[in-house]
Design a protein around this ligand. Sequence first.
Ligand SMILES: [Zn+2]
Length: 418
Amino acid sequence: MKNNLLISLTVILFVLLIIFLSLNIKKEKETNKATSKENTIIEDIKKHYNEYVTTNKETILYKKENDEYIEAGKINKNVNLKLSNVEINVDTKYFYLPDLDLYINYIDVEPIEKYTKNSRFKNYIYFNSNIITKNSTTFYDVDNNYLYTLNDSFEFKILIKDEDRYGVVFNDELLYISNNDVEKIYDNLNTDLKNKSKIRTLTYHFIYNPEKQECDQSICQSLEQFESHLKYIRENNYFTLNMDELDMYLDGKLQIPEKSIVITIDDGTTLDLDAVKLLEKYDINATLFVITSWVDPSPYKSTNLDFESHTDNMHNQYECKGYGMQGGGILCLPEEQILNDLKTSQNKLGGSKYFAYPFFDFNDRAIALLKKAGFKMAFIGQYDTEGYSYPKKTDKYKVRRMTIFSNTSMEEFISYLK
Ligand SMILES: [Zn+2]
């Protein structure tokens, strides 16, 4: 009897133990399940995070007020953004955009490689007038691609006065606002700096390495001479305009500092690759006018050198005898042939809006044909103004340039920068 009782108690205890253990195992399993679910969520959020991201659809921007996320505007697809550092946990729903002081849902962005913003606008001079936008403000990039709309009114200093838009600095970049979004424009003293009243464009031709090549024309420059010029320009902090900037400056849409200059190189036939490396070394911008049937400019590709048209194959002397100085083909060839040539050069360059006349030779018919082909600006030689151009005054199809020769002294060169 006593034994039976002992056995029963043991069995009961054993059963209780089993129940207890199995309950515990179940609980542990549930906890594991929860942890692994949380990890999956965190992993998923992390997949969207990087210092640099882009939006994967048109979506919403949020601002944070009293710990609530409130809609602050809309953003387009494929807009690049910078994120702040964030400790991602299972409750992370938004990423912070420090430059905009706004938030975006993590699910709306994808990581991208680092990108750098164009900072050339830091050389421009503000106009002494401001705009105030309406209650909703839409921002566009330079090519008028829609970026984002913020449900707010802003005040901006004007950096660019374009025909139907203003260039302003926002999010540490140059963005554009349509005139339609502007409520008010008023005078405001933003700067004492004065816009440069006239600008010179310099023309180089052949830049060569005397150790590898001979060059005995008056328009030859050794790499050493070219470098002495670039070094001076950099050490004296000159702003070297690209073609779009010169175009805007001549239209009165953009203001530039006193120390500004435009550098052009014609032909591309004798151009040592090290000349481009020198432009990069001193971070100076230049434009190469290429004769596209003679030269493939792709080896010269650089962020410091733009390619524009010097015709495809109209750079032959005395093709138009009795016309101009050296009778370039653009002076007299049949209209269709000229237009075809211009189009070919534009196609080879992937588009070109700026042109240099071969031998600086031009006439009214050539200008009309350039306009027809879509060119916005065309360059001649010094002509009558020693290479100067003036905002709102210079004919943009006769932009003057100053030629740099082998025997141009450093002193002369420096005087050309004024
Ligand atoms: Zn030429």
